[in-house]
Write a protein that binds this ligand. Structure first.
Ligand code: DLL
Length: 436
């Protein structure tokens, strides 16, 4: 039988959950309106008062918050509690511009770690497990969040942080790590290093991995499961709403249950802001129902995905989100066609290549160019130029079928693409440099 961290919440009926969300939302809107001038001004501008929000059905009346609001309000403008009541600051990795800082009270930390404990329990974690955490520690939320969740569950926690991959494997073997937490790209690298060290999955005790913080495909999941001999589960979150644990995958491995008692999700049309019905792809928007220090109402994540209330075999009733296909700002528009790096990753793995690739986009003579550098596995290397050209053509053809545009594929030597120990950088868009 599936074990839950908080059975009452995780298997709550729809009606009870709605009631809980409604009550929490009403209190949260009041808290934010009274304590955050920045948001009060946005609400006043829209002519909405806290009394107008009686349930989640009224949520659409509230204004959205965007990343640029967070930047405008940096650092204290969205703080809803006195600093004397805050105990922690975390911050975004800053891959796309200025950092965002988020504040936590002890209550916020407890709730966040609780969400991570739900994720660890959902993959079968108990106090018998050794939880090996190779997300970065520090301002990044990955390490601290899963560390806290692992303690709550009572796992023996290994706060490894990322890097020094051979040492990671040595510790894994010596201390019998059973659950690995890191980015999927780092998990792939650990799998590859295991193999390079002449070891196999039978030499380690891992049974499950909790991988997130970046988009990854089903093909990547299968490849990691094979290389490490585990079940690989997805976990989602963002600094602005707390960190990892906003949503987590269960034994069904078909999308992530959102901890909707804490984070109320909506899917909107990113162009018009209109709320879309369940099942339609759009931008994910979250309202923190329980955070005290940094509660964001209707925060636009820019992540594109779909929600589903289909019954789940694990028994959880929490709404599910599909794997995000990437951020709306990760989407490349090349010669007018929308391209997600994840589509390229799918083609590569389906065709027997490793998930080590680098996409380069440029504009030459006013035409966009798409070059995909793909690393070969040692057994794919050939000293015959015609063989290599043939392989490149075949891969380019497969990508054209998926994307609808013609890329140039360059097969490059094994191990020549820099490995990632955190969030992988897959795209260099040189057009942005020219446009500056
Ligand atoms: O990445 C928090 C986290 C840490 C999540 C560890 C999971 C595991 P940020 O650095 O603020 O926080 O980045 C948040 O990363 O808006 C998504 O675009 C992306 N992201 C996070 N998890 C996933 C996932 C952490 N499972 C941003 N799949 C989010 C796809 C993800 N994208």
């Amino acid at each position: 039988m599936e074990k839950y961290w908080n059975q009452e919440i995780e298997t709550m009926s729809r009606e009870e959950m709605k009631k809980l969300q409604d009550e929490r939302l009403v209190a949260q809107v009041k808290h934010v309106y009274e304590n955050v001038k920045y948001y009060r001004d946005l609400m006043d501008e829209k002519g909405v008062k806290p009394e107008d929000i009686k349930s989640t059905d009224d949520l659409h009346k509230l204004p959205f918050l965007t990343k640029s609001d967070l930047r405008d309000a940096y650092p204290y403008g969205l703080l809803a509690k006195p600093l004397s009541e805050c105990v922690r600051i975390q911050s975004t990795s800053g891959t796309t511009g200025k950092r965002v800082v988020a504040f936590y009270t002890q209550h916020d930390i407890d709730l966040w770690e609780d969400c991570c404990a739900r994720a660890i329990t959902a993959v079968g974690g108990t106090n018998e497990d050794v939880c090996h955490i190779s997300y970065g520690y520090g301002l990044f939320t990955g390490g601290p969040g899963l560390n806290g969740g692992s303690h709550k569950v009572g796992c023996l926690t290994l706060p490894m942080s990322s890097g020094n991959t051979e040492r990671q494997i040595t510790f894994m073997r010596d201390l019998g790590s059973t659950i690995l937490c890191c980015t999927p790209s780092y998990a792939a690298y650990i799998g590859e290093t295991l193999n390079d060290m002449g070891l196999t999955p039978d030499d380690i005790s891992l049974k499950a991995g909790i991988f997130g913080a970046e988009p990854w495909t089903e093909e990547m999941r299968q490849s990691i499961e094979k290389s490490l001999g585990i079940k690989a589960y997805d976990i989602y979150g963002l600094t602005e709403t707390s960190g990892p644990g906003v949503a987590f995958e269960c034994s069904e491995q078909t999308g992530m249950h959102i901890n909707e008692d804490n984070f109320y999700p909506e899917i909107i049309n990113p162009d018009t802001g209109e709320v879309l019905p369940e099942g339609e792809v759009g931008e994910l928007v979250f309202t923190s129902l329980t955070k005290e220090a940094f509660p964001l109402l209707r925060y636009r994540t820019r992540d594109l995905c779909v929600l589903s209330r289909k019954k789940c075999s694990c028994g959880r009733t929490l709404i599910k989100m599909a794997k995000p296909m990437g951020r709306s700002d990760d989407m490349l528009i090349i010669r007018g066609v929308n391209v997600f790096p994840s589509q390229i990753e799918t083609v590569l793995i389906e065709n027997g290549y490793s998930p080590n690739y680098l996409i380069e986009v440029d504009r030459v003579n006013n035409t966009d160019t798409l070059d995909v550098n793909v690393e070969m596995n040692p057994d794919q290397v050939s000293d015959k130029v015609s063989d290599m050209q043939q392989k490149e053509r075949a891969l380019a053809e497969a990508m054209k079928t998926m994307l609808g545009i013609n890329p140039k594929v360059h097969l490059v030597a094994p191990k020549s693409i820099t490995r990632s120990e955190g969030k992988a950088v897959r795209v260099i868009d040189k057009r942005k440099l020219h446009d500056r």
